[in-house]
Design a protein around this ligand. Sequence first.
Ligand code: GLA
Length: 396
Amino acid sequence: MNLRGVFVSGFVAAVMVALGGVPAHSLDNGVARTPPMGWNSWNKFACKGINEKVVREAADQMASSGMKDAGYQYVVIDDCWQTGRDAVGNIVVDAEKFPGGIKALADYVHSKGLKFGIYTDVGTMTCAKRPGSIGHEYQDARQYAAWGVDYLKEDWCNTLPGQNAESSYTLMRNALAETGRPILFSICEWGSNKPWLWAGSIGNMWRATGDIQDCWNCKKDWGGNGVVQILDLMNGIESYSGPGHWNDPDMLEVGNGGLNTTESRAHFSMWALFSAPLLAGNDLGNMSPETKAILMNKEVIAIDQDAMGVQGHRVKKMGDLEVWSKQLADGGRAVALLNRSEKPATISADWQDLGYPSKLNASVRDLWAHKDVGSKTGSYSAEVPSHGVVMVTVKP
Ligand code: GLA
Protein backbone atom coordinates (compact mmCIF):
# COMPACT_ATOMS: atom_id res chain seq x y z
CA MET A 1 0.00 0.00 0.00
CA ASN A 2 1.40 3.45 -0.84
CA LEU A 3 1.58 6.30 1.67
CA ARG A 4 -1.75 7.74 0.55
CA GLY A 5 -3.40 4.31 0.95
CA VAL A 6 -2.01 4.01 4.48
CA PHE A 7 -3.30 7.47 5.32
CA VAL A 8 -6.76 6.82 3.84
CA SER A 9 -7.23 3.43 5.54
CA GLY A 10 -5.89 4.82 8.82
CA PHE A 11 -8.36 7.68 8.54
CA VAL A 12 -11.26 5.33 7.75
CA ALA A 13 -10.33 3.12 10.74
CA ALA A 14 -10.11 6.17 13.02
CA VAL A 15 -13.54 7.37 11.89
CA MET A 16 -15.00 3.90 12.46
CA VAL A 17 -13.56 3.71 15.96
CA ALA A 18 -14.78 7.23 16.70
CA LEU A 19 -18.27 6.25 15.57
CA GLY A 20 -18.08 3.33 17.98
CA GLY A 21 -19.44 -0.15 17.69
CA VAL A 22 -17.31 -1.39 14.82
CA PRO A 23 -15.30 -4.53 15.50
CA ALA A 24 -11.57 -3.91 15.06
CA HIS A 25 -11.11 -6.60 12.37
CA SER A 26 -13.24 -9.04 10.50
CA LEU A 27 -12.20 -12.68 10.40
CA ASP A 28 -9.58 -12.93 7.71
CA ASN A 29 -10.38 -16.34 6.21
CA GLY A 30 -11.63 -15.06 2.86
CA VAL A 31 -15.19 -16.39 3.13
CA ALA A 32 -18.62 -14.83 3.66
CA ARG A 33 -17.82 -11.53 2.01
CA THR A 34 -21.57 -11.39 1.39
CA PRO A 35 -24.03 -13.06 3.80
CA PRO A 36 -23.88 -16.87 3.49
CA MET A 37 -26.82 -18.57 1.77
CA GLY A 38 -27.82 -22.19 2.07
CA TRP A 39 -29.94 -24.71 3.95
CA ASN A 40 -29.73 -26.10 7.48
CA SER A 41 -31.49 -29.24 8.68
CA TRP A 42 -32.56 -28.11 12.17
CA ASN A 43 -35.76 -26.09 11.80
CA LYS A 44 -37.57 -28.83 9.88
CA PHE A 45 -35.83 -32.12 10.72
CA ALA A 46 -34.31 -31.44 14.18
CA CYS A 47 -32.64 -34.48 15.78
CA LYS A 48 -35.20 -37.13 15.04
CA GLY A 49 -35.60 -36.53 11.32
CA ILE A 50 -31.99 -35.99 10.24
CA ASN A 51 -30.16 -38.65 8.19
CA GLU A 52 -28.02 -38.84 5.07
CA LYS A 53 -31.01 -39.30 2.76
CA VAL A 54 -32.49 -36.00 3.95
CA VAL A 55 -29.17 -34.23 3.35
CA ARG A 56 -28.69 -35.73 -0.12
CA GLU A 57 -32.21 -34.74 -1.07
CA ALA A 58 -31.62 -31.21 0.18
CA ALA A 59 -28.53 -31.03 -2.05
CA ASP A 60 -30.47 -32.45 -5.03
CA GLN A 61 -33.28 -29.97 -4.52
CA MET A 62 -30.98 -27.02 -3.99
CA ALA A 63 -29.29 -27.80 -7.29
CA SER A 64 -32.46 -28.55 -9.29
CA SER A 65 -35.10 -26.18 -7.86
CA GLY A 66 -33.39 -22.97 -8.93
CA MET A 67 -32.10 -22.23 -5.43
CA LYS A 68 -28.47 -22.77 -6.41
CA ASP A 69 -28.91 -20.35 -9.31
CA ALA A 70 -30.48 -17.87 -6.91
CA GLY A 71 -27.33 -17.97 -4.74
CA TYR A 72 -27.91 -20.73 -2.18
CA GLN A 73 -24.70 -22.64 -1.63
CA TYR A 74 -24.20 -24.33 1.75
CA VAL A 75 -25.90 -27.59 2.78
CA VAL A 76 -25.49 -27.78 6.55
CA ILE A 77 -26.19 -30.72 8.88
CA ASP A 78 -27.13 -29.47 12.32
CA ASP A 79 -27.15 -31.50 15.57
CA CYS A 80 -27.29 -35.32 15.82
CA TRP A 81 -24.80 -36.63 13.26
CA GLN A 82 -22.35 -37.77 16.00
CA THR A 83 -22.63 -40.39 18.77
CA GLY A 84 -19.37 -40.60 20.73
CA ARG A 85 -15.58 -40.76 20.56
CA ASP A 86 -13.31 -43.70 19.86
CA ALA A 87 -10.39 -44.83 22.04
CA VAL A 88 -8.14 -42.04 20.76
CA GLY A 89 -10.81 -39.37 20.94
CA ASN A 90 -11.84 -39.19 17.29
CA ILE A 91 -15.46 -38.21 16.82
CA VAL A 92 -17.70 -41.16 15.90
CA VAL A 93 -20.44 -40.68 13.32
CA ASP A 94 -23.99 -41.95 13.98
CA ALA A 95 -23.90 -45.03 11.74
CA GLU A 96 -27.66 -45.49 11.78
CA LYS A 97 -28.37 -42.04 10.42
CA PHE A 98 -25.24 -41.74 8.26
CA PRO A 99 -24.26 -45.27 7.18
CA GLY A 100 -22.18 -43.96 4.27
CA GLY A 101 -20.15 -41.69 6.56
CA ILE A 102 -19.61 -37.95 6.37
CA LYS A 103 -16.86 -37.89 3.73
CA ALA A 104 -19.08 -39.57 1.14
CA LEU A 105 -21.88 -37.14 1.95
CA ALA A 106 -19.58 -34.13 1.63
CA ASP A 107 -18.34 -35.49 -1.70
CA TYR A 108 -21.93 -35.86 -2.88
CA VAL A 109 -22.79 -32.28 -1.92
CA HIS A 110 -19.63 -31.05 -3.65
CA SER A 111 -20.53 -33.05 -6.78
CA LYS A 112 -23.63 -30.84 -7.06
CA GLY A 113 -21.44 -27.74 -7.10
CA LEU A 114 -22.47 -26.92 -3.51
CA LYS A 115 -20.66 -26.55 -0.20
CA PHE A 116 -20.96 -28.71 2.88
CA GLY A 117 -21.43 -27.75 6.52
CA ILE A 118 -21.54 -29.49 9.88
CA TYR A 119 -22.27 -28.69 13.54
CA THR A 120 -20.59 -28.99 16.93
CA ASP A 121 -20.68 -27.39 20.38
CA VAL A 122 -18.07 -25.68 22.57
CA GLY A 123 -19.16 -27.67 25.65
CA THR A 124 -19.12 -31.31 26.72
CA MET A 125 -22.31 -32.13 24.81
CA THR A 126 -24.38 -30.55 22.08
CA CYS A 127 -27.87 -29.29 22.88
CA ALA A 128 -29.23 -32.71 21.84
CA LYS A 129 -26.66 -34.40 24.12
CA ARG A 130 -24.30 -35.61 21.41
CA PRO A 131 -20.54 -35.17 22.06
CA GLY A 132 -19.25 -31.59 22.06
CA SER A 133 -15.79 -30.42 21.02
CA ILE A 134 -14.32 -29.25 24.32
CA GLY A 135 -10.73 -30.51 24.58
CA HIS A 136 -10.90 -31.91 21.03
CA GLU A 137 -10.91 -28.67 19.04
CA TYR A 138 -7.77 -29.33 16.97
CA GLN A 139 -8.61 -33.00 16.49
CA ASP A 140 -12.15 -32.20 15.34
CA ALA A 141 -11.08 -29.36 13.05
CA ARG A 142 -8.55 -31.67 11.38
CA GLN A 143 -11.25 -34.28 10.90
CA TYR A 144 -13.71 -31.77 9.42
CA ALA A 145 -11.08 -30.55 6.97
CA ALA A 146 -10.25 -34.14 5.96
CA TRP A 147 -13.95 -34.76 5.28
CA GLY A 148 -14.16 -31.63 3.11
CA VAL A 149 -16.22 -29.47 5.46
CA ASP A 150 -16.68 -25.86 4.28
CA TYR A 151 -18.81 -24.50 7.14
CA LEU A 152 -18.86 -25.14 10.88
CA LYS A 153 -21.61 -24.06 13.26
CA GLU A 154 -20.58 -24.21 16.91
CA ASP A 155 -23.25 -24.15 19.60
CA TRP A 156 -23.16 -23.09 23.27
CA CYS A 157 -24.88 -25.89 25.23
CA ASN A 158 -23.44 -27.85 28.18
CA THR A 159 -20.53 -25.51 28.79
CA LEU A 160 -18.38 -25.82 31.91
CA PRO A 161 -19.19 -23.48 34.82
CA GLY A 162 -17.67 -20.10 34.00
CA GLN A 163 -16.57 -21.14 30.50
CA ASN A 164 -15.63 -18.05 28.55
CA ALA A 165 -17.34 -17.60 25.18
CA GLU A 166 -14.72 -15.42 23.53
CA SER A 167 -11.80 -17.71 24.38
CA SER A 168 -13.76 -20.88 23.55
CA TYR A 169 -14.68 -19.64 20.09
CA THR A 170 -11.17 -18.25 19.55
CA LEU A 171 -9.79 -21.72 20.20
CA MET A 172 -11.95 -23.25 17.48
CA ARG A 173 -11.20 -20.37 15.09
CA ASN A 174 -7.49 -21.09 15.54
CA ALA A 175 -8.02 -24.82 15.13
CA LEU A 176 -9.91 -24.24 11.88
CA ALA A 177 -7.23 -21.85 10.62
CA GLU A 178 -4.56 -24.46 11.38
CA THR A 179 -6.16 -26.91 8.92
CA GLY A 180 -5.38 -24.59 6.01
CA ARG A 181 -8.89 -25.16 4.60
CA PRO A 182 -11.12 -22.09 4.37
CA ILE A 183 -14.03 -23.02 6.66
CA LEU A 184 -16.82 -20.55 7.34
CA PHE A 185 -17.16 -20.28 11.13
CA SER A 186 -20.68 -19.77 12.48
CA ILE A 187 -20.83 -18.90 16.19
CA CYS A 188 -24.07 -19.90 17.90
CA GLU A 189 -24.21 -18.61 21.46
CA TRP A 190 -27.62 -16.99 20.99
CA GLY A 191 -26.44 -13.46 21.78
CA SER A 192 -25.88 -14.48 25.43
CA ASN A 193 -22.50 -12.75 25.74
CA LYS A 194 -23.13 -9.92 23.25
CA PRO A 195 -20.95 -11.57 20.56
CA TRP A 196 -21.26 -8.53 18.27
CA LEU A 197 -18.83 -6.81 20.70
CA TRP A 198 -16.05 -9.40 20.35
CA ALA A 199 -16.76 -11.91 17.59
CA GLY A 200 -15.90 -9.82 14.51
CA SER A 201 -12.39 -11.25 14.28
CA ILE A 202 -13.41 -14.72 15.50
CA GLY A 203 -16.43 -15.81 13.49
CA ASN A 204 -17.93 -15.10 10.07
CA MET A 205 -21.36 -14.85 11.68
CA TRP A 206 -22.79 -15.08 15.15
CA ARG A 207 -26.29 -15.69 16.38
CA ALA A 208 -27.49 -12.45 17.88
CA THR A 209 -30.72 -13.93 19.24
CA GLY A 210 -32.24 -17.06 20.80
CA ASP A 211 -33.74 -19.80 18.62
CA ILE A 212 -36.30 -18.73 16.05
CA GLN A 213 -39.77 -20.24 16.43
CA ASP A 214 -42.14 -20.89 13.55
CA CYS A 215 -44.49 -18.06 14.55
CA TRP A 216 -44.97 -14.38 13.84
CA ASN A 217 -45.28 -13.09 17.39
CA CYS A 218 -44.36 -15.38 20.27
CA LYS A 219 -41.85 -15.55 23.06
CA LYS A 220 -40.77 -18.66 24.94
CA ASP A 221 -39.50 -18.58 28.53
CA TRP A 222 -36.38 -20.53 27.50
CA GLY A 223 -35.44 -17.82 24.97
CA GLY A 224 -37.22 -18.85 21.75
CA ASN A 225 -38.43 -15.94 19.61
CA GLY A 226 -41.01 -15.26 16.95
CA VAL A 227 -40.18 -13.14 13.92
CA VAL A 228 -41.13 -9.78 15.43
CA GLN A 229 -39.22 -10.45 18.66
CA ILE A 230 -36.11 -11.04 16.53
CA LEU A 231 -36.64 -7.79 14.60
CA ASP A 232 -36.55 -5.85 17.85
CA LEU A 233 -33.39 -7.65 19.03
CA MET A 234 -31.58 -6.97 15.75
CA ASN A 235 -32.30 -3.25 15.76
CA GLY A 236 -29.45 -1.28 17.35
CA ILE A 237 -26.61 -3.72 16.67
CA GLU A 238 -26.34 -2.90 12.96
CA SER A 239 -22.94 -1.22 13.20
CA TYR A 240 -21.26 -4.50 14.18
CA SER A 241 -22.18 -6.39 11.01
CA GLY A 242 -20.37 -6.28 7.68
CA PRO A 243 -18.49 -8.25 5.01
CA GLY A 244 -16.93 -11.37 6.55
CA HIS A 245 -18.66 -10.91 9.94
CA TRP A 246 -22.45 -10.90 10.15
CA ASN A 247 -25.08 -10.60 12.87
CA ASP A 248 -27.22 -13.74 12.51
CA PRO A 249 -30.93 -13.58 13.42
CA ASP A 250 -31.19 -17.40 12.94
CA MET A 251 -32.36 -19.63 10.14
CA LEU A 252 -35.47 -19.13 8.04
CA GLU A 253 -38.87 -20.60 8.88
CA VAL A 254 -40.30 -19.90 5.40
CA GLY A 255 -42.20 -22.99 4.23
CA ASN A 256 -42.50 -24.66 7.64
CA GLY A 257 -46.20 -23.91 8.07
CA GLY A 258 -46.35 -21.57 11.05
CA LEU A 259 -46.31 -18.32 9.04
CA ASN A 260 -48.81 -17.41 6.35
CA THR A 261 -47.61 -16.18 2.95
CA THR A 262 -47.77 -12.50 3.95
CA GLU A 263 -45.82 -13.15 7.16
CA SER A 264 -43.29 -15.31 5.32
CA ARG A 265 -42.64 -12.53 2.81
CA ALA A 266 -42.14 -10.08 5.66
CA HIS A 267 -39.77 -12.50 7.45
CA PHE A 268 -37.68 -12.99 4.29
CA SER A 269 -37.68 -9.27 3.44
CA MET A 270 -36.51 -8.28 6.90
CA TRP A 271 -33.71 -10.86 6.91
CA ALA A 272 -32.55 -9.42 3.56
CA LEU A 273 -32.76 -5.90 4.96
CA PHE A 274 -30.51 -7.10 7.82
CA SER A 275 -27.88 -8.57 5.44
CA ALA A 276 -28.57 -11.74 7.39
CA PRO A 277 -27.32 -15.18 6.46
CA LEU A 278 -30.15 -16.76 4.44
CA LEU A 279 -30.35 -20.39 5.54
CA ALA A 280 -33.54 -22.03 4.39
CA GLY A 281 -34.90 -24.27 7.16
CA ASN A 282 -37.68 -26.10 5.36
CA ASP A 283 -38.12 -29.36 3.42
CA LEU A 284 -36.74 -28.40 0.00
CA GLY A 285 -38.35 -31.48 -1.57
CA ASN A 286 -41.79 -30.32 -0.60
CA MET A 287 -42.13 -26.62 -1.38
CA SER A 288 -45.33 -24.86 -2.41
CA PRO A 289 -45.13 -22.41 -5.32
CA GLU A 290 -45.50 -19.59 -2.74
CA THR A 291 -42.54 -20.86 -0.70
CA LYS A 292 -40.41 -21.12 -3.84
CA ALA A 293 -41.37 -17.63 -4.96
CA ILE A 294 -40.33 -16.26 -1.56
CA LEU A 295 -37.03 -18.11 -1.16
CA MET A 296 -36.10 -17.36 -4.77
CA ASN A 297 -37.15 -13.74 -5.05
CA LYS A 298 -33.97 -12.55 -6.73
CA GLU A 299 -34.74 -8.88 -6.19
CA VAL A 300 -34.99 -9.37 -2.44
CA ILE A 301 -31.93 -11.65 -2.40
CA ALA A 302 -29.99 -8.88 -4.19
CA ILE A 303 -30.74 -6.59 -1.24
CA ASP A 304 -29.36 -9.19 1.18
CA GLN A 305 -26.28 -9.68 -0.98
CA ASP A 306 -25.58 -5.99 -1.67
CA ALA A 307 -21.81 -5.54 -1.80
CA MET A 308 -21.73 -2.81 0.82
CA GLY A 309 -22.94 -5.27 3.46
CA VAL A 310 -24.82 -2.74 5.58
CA GLN A 311 -27.37 -4.06 8.10
CA GLY A 312 -30.53 -1.99 7.79
CA HIS A 313 -32.25 -0.46 10.79
CA ARG A 314 -35.56 1.03 11.88
CA VAL A 315 -35.89 4.69 10.94
CA LYS A 316 -39.46 5.32 12.05
CA LYS A 317 -41.94 3.72 14.45
CA MET A 318 -45.55 4.77 14.85
CA GLY A 319 -46.95 2.11 17.16
CA ASP A 320 -47.14 -1.08 15.13
CA LEU A 321 -46.31 0.68 11.86
CA GLU A 322 -42.63 0.89 11.06
CA VAL A 323 -40.21 2.00 8.37
CA TRP A 324 -36.86 0.23 8.00
CA SER A 325 -34.07 1.31 5.65
CA LYS A 326 -30.86 -0.21 4.35
CA GLN A 327 -28.18 1.74 2.53
CA LEU A 328 -27.09 0.14 -0.76
CA ALA A 329 -23.77 0.28 -2.59
CA ASP A 330 -25.26 2.31 -5.48
CA GLY A 331 -26.46 5.09 -3.16
CA GLY A 332 -30.02 3.81 -3.12
CA ARG A 333 -31.97 2.47 -0.18
CA ALA A 334 -33.93 -0.72 0.37
CA VAL A 335 -36.99 0.25 2.38
CA ALA A 336 -39.41 -2.02 4.20
CA LEU A 337 -42.78 -0.62 5.25
CA LEU A 338 -43.71 -3.05 8.01
CA ASN A 339 -47.19 -3.46 9.46
CA ARG A 340 -47.11 -5.37 12.75
CA SER A 341 -50.75 -4.57 13.51
CA GLU A 342 -53.83 -6.74 13.02
CA LYS A 343 -55.33 -4.51 10.30
CA PRO A 344 -54.15 -3.25 6.89
CA ALA A 345 -52.65 0.25 7.10
CA THR A 346 -51.05 2.92 4.96
CA ILE A 347 -47.39 3.48 5.80
CA SER A 348 -45.28 6.30 4.49
CA ALA A 349 -41.48 6.57 4.19
CA ASP A 350 -40.24 10.15 4.10
CA TRP A 351 -37.05 10.79 2.20
CA GLN A 352 -35.62 12.55 5.24
CA ASP A 353 -35.96 9.32 7.23
CA LEU A 354 -33.77 7.71 4.58
CA GLY A 355 -31.12 10.43 4.75
CA TYR A 356 -32.27 12.19 1.55
CA PRO A 357 -33.44 15.77 1.04
CA SER A 358 -37.22 15.96 0.66
CA LYS A 359 -36.91 17.74 -2.72
CA LEU A 360 -35.16 14.72 -4.23
CA ASN A 361 -36.74 12.82 -7.11
CA ALA A 362 -36.14 9.11 -6.74
CA SER A 363 -37.34 6.08 -8.62
CA VAL A 364 -39.20 3.51 -6.59
CA ARG A 365 -39.46 -0.18 -7.41
CA ASP A 366 -41.63 -2.71 -5.58
CA LEU A 367 -39.58 -5.88 -5.00
CA TRP A 368 -42.56 -8.22 -4.44
CA ALA A 369 -44.80 -6.84 -7.20
CA HIS A 370 -41.67 -6.76 -9.44
CA LYS A 371 -42.82 -3.41 -10.75
CA ASP A 372 -41.44 0.10 -11.07
CA VAL A 373 -43.88 2.38 -9.29
CA GLY A 374 -42.43 5.55 -10.82
CA SER A 375 -40.57 8.61 -9.75
CA LYS A 376 -41.50 10.05 -6.34
CA THR A 377 -40.56 13.25 -4.55
CA GLY A 378 -40.32 13.52 -0.77
CA SER A 379 -41.95 10.28 0.29
CA TYR A 380 -43.49 6.98 -0.72
CA SER A 381 -46.70 5.59 0.77
CA ALA A 382 -48.34 2.23 0.35
CA GLU A 383 -51.12 0.16 1.80
CA VAL A 384 -49.52 -2.71 3.76
CA PRO A 385 -51.40 -5.85 4.79
CA SER A 386 -51.54 -6.93 8.44
CA HIS A 387 -48.26 -8.70 9.41
CA GLY A 388 -46.84 -7.76 6.02
CA VAL A 389 -44.29 -5.60 4.33
CA VAL A 390 -44.12 -3.56 1.20
CA MET A 391 -40.47 -3.66 0.19
CA VAL A 392 -39.11 -1.18 -2.32
CA THR A 393 -35.86 0.26 -3.53
CA VAL A 394 -35.57 4.04 -3.60
CA LYS A 395 -32.91 5.23 -6.05
CA PRO A 396 -31.98 8.90 -6.54
C1 GLA B 1 -29.50 -24.82 19.68
C2 GLA B 1 -29.25 -23.93 18.47
C3 GLA B 1 -30.15 -24.39 17.32
C4 GLA B 1 -29.85 -25.83 16.99
C5 GLA B 1 -30.02 -26.70 18.23
C6 GLA B 1 -29.51 -28.12 18.01
O1 GLA B 1 -30.78 -24.65 20.19
O2 GLA B 1 -29.47 -22.59 18.77
O3 GLA B 1 -29.94 -23.57 16.19
O4 GLA B 1 -28.54 -25.93 16.50
O5 GLA B 1 -29.29 -26.18 19.34
O6 GLA B 1 -29.62 -28.92 19.15
